[in-house]
Ligand binder design. Structure first.
Ligand code: HAM
Length: 416
């Protein structure tokens, strides 16, 4: 038997309904903020992620699914959505009409060590807002995520935020970190030893060394921000206060991708079982670094898989809307034509209808109606066909009513 790959899973049944619910709600919230949909390819040139996400990041050094195509070109199955969207914006000159507010959803692939909440095929839903460096756009983007989580019913969530400044600030801060960690780096994990010269900020969120005193009392990036960066960060917080969004400043939040500038943030649940359920930030230099124009941007992505697990953990009952309005069943095959026509007519009027095609016995037909959570059952026998009527059974009260064919829609309008 061929089995699925490690870190992947199949989505069907109730889980499929939950995924669908979460996606539709995300779409509705994005549309309420006037975002439009973008879809970019699952495969891109590897160089895009090397330059976009960052040569020294864990994602690029350890986690990408890379392959040579038949023309010997280096391609990568996307590990995240932001770089591909940036590529599309440059290639199709979408930056000519700013601001650009885009939302997306889809699978990403990272060769991570699989565990609960961490997959190799992960699904992300995200937004990218191009064309404004105003802190109000940071707050708007953060608020979109919070509103979505609230509408889902996830209450115990908050935003962790930080500012990592611009390039110059980070150069100074990296120097300070190198000085701080250098003398004791031999006691850190192998990854951190390498990070010290390549990307010392990443030492701050190392999972292995997180308890080390040297990490706890590392210099804070907030002390290295210049005046404009401080002002920007203060303003973002002020807007979050206005929107009554609960946030916590966490100066060790550095994020795992290199394109961020100034504001970075993560959505976390109080249980924090899976780490962050979403994360993002401002990335003013990404387009430029990919040979595009100088356009500021801010965005984030949620992990759909983690959000669905979080909903299950919190025992939140979603209104999955998975009931059938009506299940039509016939006593004998002779009534099938009549049933087919009726099903057609009702579906055209917008009702969710299924009909028995199995030729099972009556008991099993009723069981089938229950399996589909039918609210009403239409029963058609010889008499009904002769008299141009149907018997409708309310599947909750079990009461039966005879209704003429011409009155069924009125009956459903009242009883469904
Ligand atoms: P990220 O923090 O790498 O950011 O991923 C965003 C979210 O995807 C995480 O918070 C998490 O919920 C989910 N996620 C990441 N890796 C996994 C995994 N292996 N299994 C399950 N879920 C996972 C980005 O990808 C940025 N592109 C976000 C962004 C958009 N920044 C600006 N715009």
């Amino acid at each position: 038997m061929i089995q699925k790959l490690k870190g992947t899973y199949d989505v069907y049944g109730d889980l499929a309904k939950k995924h669908d619910y979460v996606k539709k709600l995300f779409q509705a919230v994005c549309e309420s903020y006037n975002y439009s949909y973008i879809e970019t390819p699952l495969i891109e040139r590897s160089e895009l992620f090397h330059r976009g996400v960052g040569e020294t990041t864990d994602i690029v050094t350890k986690e990408t699914y890379d392959f040579l195509d038949r023309g010997n070109r280096e391609n990568t199955i996307r590990p995240e959505g932001t770089a591909g969207i940036a590529r599309a914006i440059i290639e199709d000159k979408l930056y000519n009409t700013l601001p650009l507010k885009l939302w997306y959803i889809g699978s990403m692939f990272r060769y991570e060590r699989p565990q609960k909440g961490r997959y190799r095929e992960l699904r992300q839903m995200g937004v990218e807002f191009y064309g404004s460096n105003d802190p109000i756009s940071d707050a708007e983007v953060i608020s979109l995520g919070i509103n979505f989580l609230k509408e889902l019913g996830l209450k115990d969530v908050k935003v962790k935020i930080n500012s990592i400044g611009g390039t110059e600030t980070r150069i100074k801060y990296k120097d300070a970190l190198i000085k701080h960690f250098k003398s004791d780096i031999d006691n850190f994990c192998d990854d951190c030893k390498e990070r010290l010269t390549k990307n010392p900020l990443r030492i701050l969120d190392c999972k292995i060394d997180s308890d080390k005193e040297l990490i706890k009392n590392a210099p804070s990036i907030l002390d290295y921000l210049n005046d404009d960066e401080v002002k920007h960060f203060e303003k973002v917080k002020e807007y979050l206060d206005t929107l009554e969004i609960e946030y916590e400043v966490d100066d060790s939040l550095v994020r795992g991708l290199d394109y961020y500038t100034n504001t970075v943030f993560e959505y976390v649940t109080k249980s924090n079982e899976f780490g962050s359920i979403g994360g993002g930030g401002r990335y003013n230099n990404l387009l430029k670094s990919l040979d595009g124009p100088d356009v500021p941007a801010v965005g984030f992505a949620f992990g759909l898989d983690r959000i669905v697990s979080e909903l299950e953990n919190s025992e939140i009952k979603l209104n999955l809307n998975d009931e059938l309005d009506c299940y039509i069943l016939t006593i004998t095959e002779k009534e099938n034509d009549y049933a087919l026509e009726l099903a057609q007519k009702l579906r055209m009027c917008g009702f969710k209808i299924d009909l028995d095609l199995s030729g099972k016995n009556m008991k099993n037909k009723f069981k089938e109606a229950d399996r589909y959570k039918a609210k009403q059952i239409i029963i058609i026998g010889e008499d009904e066909v002769i008299n141009d009527e149907v018997t409708i059974r309310d599947n909750i009260t079990k009461e039966e009513t005879k209704v003429t064919i011409d009155n069924i829609i009125d009956y459903f309008d009242v009883n469904l």
